[in-house]
Design a protein around this ligand. Structure first.
Ligand code: IMP
Ligand code: MG
Length: 168
């Protein structure tokens, strides 16, 4: 177990306070990256006081393996307009950075007024492109994790804790 549920809960509350402090009562469009961020996002938005709208986008770059790929595509589209809006991306993990880079460009090209990023986990040692999140839950080493919404080959999303995977 890398991050037990209780630690996640406390950190999510702190992140929400940081995010509320930044938006200072302004409207924010929360874009949740499926599937991995769904548990994190559901906890996070319930701690936010800022007026939020929530939309979802599904990105794929991984097969059922642990290698990253610079080929990112949208497999389920946003439904809300992003033009002239302040957008907060909620992502589970920043790994190589390719997914985040893609989504930042995607939202900017569609006219978002501002794009900020909140990531539950950051693995800076794995970075291939220079991206950073504005709000980070935990910086972790180069380990493969699952739980709290995050999968390994579509399994373990329902675990309440973030766990690191061993070879067995
Ligand atoms: P990136 O494009 O390489 O930054 O990949 C980011 C995405 O890869 C994350 O949103 C996750 O869905 C997935 N990912 C990265 N590391 C892990 C991990 O340790 N476990 C499960 N999924 C991961
Ligand atoms: Mg993801």
């Amino acid at each position: 177990m890398l991050l037990p549920a209780e630690r996640l809960r406390e950190r999510v509350q702190e992140l929400a306070r940081e995010i509320d402090g930044h938006y200072d009562g302004r409207d924010v469009l929360v874009v949740v990256v499926l599937k991995g961020a769904f548990v994190f996002a559901s906890d996070l938005v319930r701690c936010l006081a800022s007026p939020v709208e929530i939309d979802f986008i599904r990105l794929e770059s991984y097969g059922d393996n642990t290698c990253s790929s610079s080929e990112v595509c949208v497999t389920s589209e946003l439904r809300e307009p992003v033009e002239d809006r302040e957008v907060l991306i909620v992502e589970d993990i920043i790994d190589s950075g390719w997914s985040l880079r893609f989504l930042q460009d995607y939202l900017t090209e569609r006219g978002a007024a501002d794009v900020k990023v909140c990531a539950l986990l950051d693995k800076p040692a794995r970075r291939q492109v220079d991206v950073t999140a504005d709000f980070v839950g935990f910086t972790i080493p180069d380990v493969f994790v699952a739980g709290y919404g995050v999968d390994y080959a579509q399994c373990f999303r329902n675990l309440p804790d973030v766990c690191s995977l061993s070879d067995e």
